[in-house]
Design a protein around this ligand. Structure first.
Ligand code: NAG
Ligand code: NAG
Ligand code: CU
Length: 406
C-alpha cells in the first residue's frame, strides 16, 4: 500500500513537472496523473460496474414478475439519441403544463403536476435527508416521476441519469447543460459572484465554510428550459433570492437560475469518489461517503452535485426538484445505490439492512434523537403519487420495480 501511494504521488509530481516544462513527457505518465485526479474512469471502476450489472441481471432479475427480458434500463443522458433526449424534455414540459393535484389550500404555489412533486419534497425535507428513509424515499420519488412522464405524458423511455464524473471538469458543456435543443437547458448567465457558504449553527461552530463558485449564477436563457418559471420556494440557501411565502409553498413565480461549474463537480463527484462510494462495506459507510457530514466541508457527491447545479431553486435543498436537472442527479444517486446493492455478491443484507449509524434514524442526522428507520415505515408521496413502504422499494427488480442501469 505504502509503495503504491509513493508511486502514485511520484507519478503526479512527474506529470505536473512534465506538463509545465517538458512537453515531450511520455503520454502514459500524464494519463496516469489524470486518472489519479479522478477525471478519467479507471479500469477498476469499469470492472466494478460491469460486475454489478452481471450480478443484478443474473442473480436478481429472475423473479417471475421481473425476468431479464422484462428488465428496463435507465441510461446516461448523453448516451441517449437526440430524439430520445427531446422526448424526455418534451415529457417534462408536458408535466409542467398538466394541472396540479395538490389543493390550493395546501400549497397555493403548486400550479402543475411537476409542482406536485416539489411540494411533497418541500414538506418532508427535514425527515427524508440524512435519515434512514433517504435512499428508499428518493428511489420511489424518482420512479413516480418517471411513471408520471410515461403514463401522463406519453414518454416511452426511462428516467436518464447524470454520470457525475463524466463531465466533471465542465458540466456546463455536457449534453445535459450545453443549452442545445436536446439539453435540459444551459447554465445560468455569468454573473461574477462568490460560491455558496456553509454556515454551521452556533452549537456546532467551526466557522463558515466557503465552497467553490460556478461559472453561471444568473438566469437560464438557452435550451428547452430557457426562461422557465419556478413557482414554489425557495425555503432557504439560495444566494440573492429571499425565501418565498408560506414556507415555500406559496406562489412565487421567478426565472430558473443555475450556477454550474467544474470546480465543485471535480472536488465532490469525480471517478475516485464513485469508486470510493461503490467499495464501501456497509450501508452506514456508503451513506457517509454519499451524503458527507452536515456542516463540514465534506458534503459528499449528493450535496456536491446539488451545489454544482446551484442557483434557484437548485441551491435550495427543499425546492431543488423544481430544477429539471434534479431528476438526472437523483437518477445517478439511485444508480449508485443500485450498483452498490448488486455488489453485495449474493448477500441479501444490502436489500434489507437500513443501517444503524447517525443517518439511519427517522430524523435529520438523528437530531433530535429518534428511533431507527424500519422496513415497514411509510414513504409518503403526498399529492404527487401513491405512497408505499421502505420494504417495497429495497430492490429495483422486485415488487413494482423491474429496472436497472446501463
Ligand atoms: C427569455 O427572456 C428574455 C428576456 O425577457 C427574452 O429576451 C428571450 O427571448 C427569452 N428567451 C426565450 C427562449 O424565450
Ligand atoms: C475527487 O473527490 C474526492 C472526494 O470524493 C476529493 O477528496 C478529491 O480531492 C477529488 N479530486 C479532485 C481532483 O478534486
Ligand atoms: Cu431530496
Amino acid at each position: 500500500m505504502k509503495v503504491a501511494a509513493v508511486l502514485v504521488s511520484a507519478f503526479v509530481a512527474t506529470a505536473a513537472a512534465a506538463a509545465a516544462h517538458l512537453p515531450s513527457a511520455p503520454q502514459e505518465v500524464i494519463q496516469r496523473a489524470t486518472v489519479d485526479n479522478g477525471l478519467v474512469e479507471s479500469d477498476q471502476l469499469k470492472k466494478l460496474i460491469e460486475e454489478a450489472k452481471a450480478q443484478a441481471i443474473e442473480q436478481r432479475g429472475v423473479t417471475p414478475a421481473c425476468t431479464v427480458s422484462k428488465l428496463s434500463f435507465r441510461r446516461e443522458y448523453g448516451s441517449l439519441s437526440t430524439k430520445e433526449r427531446l422526448d424526455y424534455v418534451n415529457a417534462v414540459k408536458c408535466l409542467q403544463k398538466k394541472p396540479a393535484r395538490t389543493p390550493a389550500s395546501v400549497a397555493p404555489g403548486a400550479k402543475s403536476r411537476f409542482d406536485d412533486f416539489i411540494v411533497t419534497h418541500i414538506q418532508q425535507t427535514l425527515s427524508i435527508h440524512f435519515s434512514g428513509i433517504f435512499q428508499p424515499w428518493h428511489r420511489w420519488f424518482t420512479y413516480q416521476y418517471e411513471k408520471a412522464l410515461r403514463d401522463e405524458c406519453g414518454y416511452k423511455g426511462y428516467q436518464p441519469y447524470w454520470d457525475w464524473p463524466k463531465y466533471a471538469s465542465a458540466p456546463q458543456d455536457s449534453p445535459i447543460f450545453n443549452g442545445d435543443p436536446y439539453s435540459l437547458g444551459g447554465n445560468g448567465q455569468y454573473i461574477p459572484h462568490e460560491g455558496p457558504v456553509i454556515v454551521p449553527p452556533p452549537e456546532i461552530g467551526g466557522g463558515n465554510i466557503p465552497l467553490p463558485a460556478g461559472v453561471g449564477g444568473g438566469f437560464v436563457t438557452t435550451g428547452p428550459f430557457a426562461n422557465m418559471t419556478v413557482n414554489l420556494g425557495p425555503v432557504g440557501g439560495t444566494a440573492d433570492t429571499a425565501p418565498g411565502p408560506l414556507g415555500g409553498l406559496g406562489y412565487n413565480p421567478r426565472g430558473l437560475k443555475r450556477d454550474l461549474g467544474g470546480a465543485m463537480n471535480t472536488r465532490y463527484a469525480n471517478y475516485t469518489t464513485v469508486l470510493t462510494l461503490l467499495t464501501q462495506p456497509t450501508i452506514d459507510k456508503f451513506r457517509h461517503v454519499s451524503e458527507g457530514v452536515p456542516y463540514t466541508v465534506e458534503i459528499g457527491p449528493h450535496g456536491g452535485i446539488h451545489y454544482t447545479i446551484g442557483g434557484d431553486p437548485g441551491g435550495d435543498l427543499f425546492t431543488s426538484p423544481g430544477d429539471p436537472a434534479f431528476w438526472v442527479h437523483h437518477g445517478q444517486m439511485d444508480r449508485m445505490w443500485t450498483l452498490w446493492q448488486a455488489l453485495g455478491l449474493g448477500s441479501s443484507t444490502r436489500y434489507t439492512d437500513l443501517g444503524s449509524g447517525n443517518f439511519a434514524h427517522i430524523t435529520w442526522a438523528n437530531q433530535p434523537a429518534s428511533r431507527l428507520a424500519k422496513l415497514t415505515d411509510v414513504i409518503d408521496m403526498g399529492y404527487a403519487a401513491p405512497s408505499t413502504t421502505i420494504g417495497h422499494v429495497m430492490s429495483t427488480t422486485e415488487g413494482e420495480f423491474c429496472y436497472f442501469y446501463l
